[in-house]
Design a protein. Structure first.
Length: 283
């Protein structure tokens, strides 16, 4: 049975990318529902799917993260992986959908959970903002802050993989984008502009362009509701599968599950340091 992929709000469960994309489990209102109700829901998911990977935002309320850890602790199970991501909301939703695509393949739960860190490196996430006065997740210099108060100012900001901030002006170059073929997903807030679709998408050589409703957390994440969020990503399941399969795999030294990299997403154990090599000498 396929591993379940969960998100913490319905707007992070994007429509399927292809016919094999599995539905997302939506663990909504974790910090407001009774604990017993949440426990029963998660237990039902585990009984139906065997393992559960929860993708949640580092910007989510602290109460949500506490509830996730409480549930895993009370259920006393090593079949729940909690992946806390620094991606902006739209990028987080894209990552969760990529995992839902891969969940249809013959990947073990540990490899699928480890793929969350790997795939994050190939996501370019940002937003067009009407103000950076309250932006605190990307470095903003005093000059940009000052210009943010000028009526009509707009800023192209990339939060991942490398922070970039460009004030839109005649002749200004677009932020640096991916060096590989991607699709672009956009989500409009209260800002009216065709810069993302008319300028950025061609500059980044996007092979496809789609739009989705703006996630509820986006305005708080970017510090303004006057925005258009964008994300470039790898859409094809075959490419995602090949990417994950090309990375060296191992086993967690603590729980024994298959992993990619030096940290297990299920038990959080890190690989022990390599034993020092001692040169043999004859007496």
């Amino acid at each position: 049975m396929p591993t379940a992929i969960a998100v913490t709000s319905a707007d992070l469960a994007l429509p399927p990318q292809d016919e094999r994309t599995l539905p997302a489990v939506v663990l909504k209102d974790l910090d407001r529902r009774p604990l017993a109700e949440v426990l029963a829901e998660v237990l039902g998911v585990l009984e139906a799917h065997g393992h559960l990977i929860v993708v949640h935002s580092a910007a989510a309320p602290a109460a949500v993260e506490r509830r996730l850890h409480t549930v895993r602790s009370l259920l006393e199970t090593d079949r729940i992986a909690l992946f806390r991501s620094e991606l902006p909301p739209l990028g987080l939703a894209v990552l969760a959908r990529q995992l839902r695509q891969l969940a249809s393949c013959d990947l073990s739960p540990g490899i699928l959970a480890s793929a969350s860190r790997l795939l994050t490196h190939y996501i370019h996430a940002g937003a067009l903002l009407g103000s950076v006065a309250r932006l605190d997740r990307v470095p903003v210099d005093l000059k940009a802050h000052a210009k943010s108060w000028v009526p009509g100012s707009q800023f192209a900001v990339v939060a991942h993989p490398q922070p970039q901030l460009v004030r839109l002006a005649p002749g200004a170059a677009a932020p640096t984008g991916p060096e590989f073929a991607t699709w672009m997903l956009t989500a409009k807030g209260q800002l009216q502009s065709d810069w993302v679709t008319g300028t950025l998408a061609p500059a980044w050589k996007a092979q496809g362009l789609r739009e989705t409703p703006l996630p509820a957390e986006s305005a708080a994440w970017w510090g303004t509701g006057r925005l258009i969020e964008f994300c470039s990503y790898l859409p094809d399941l075959s490419v995602l599968y090949q990417l994950v399969g090309s990375v060296r795999q191992g086993s967690c030294h603590w729980c024994g599950i298959d992993v990619i990299g030096d940290r297990c997403v299920f038990c959080s154990a890190t690989a022990p340091p390599s034993a020092p090599r001692h040169q043999l000498t004859s007496g």
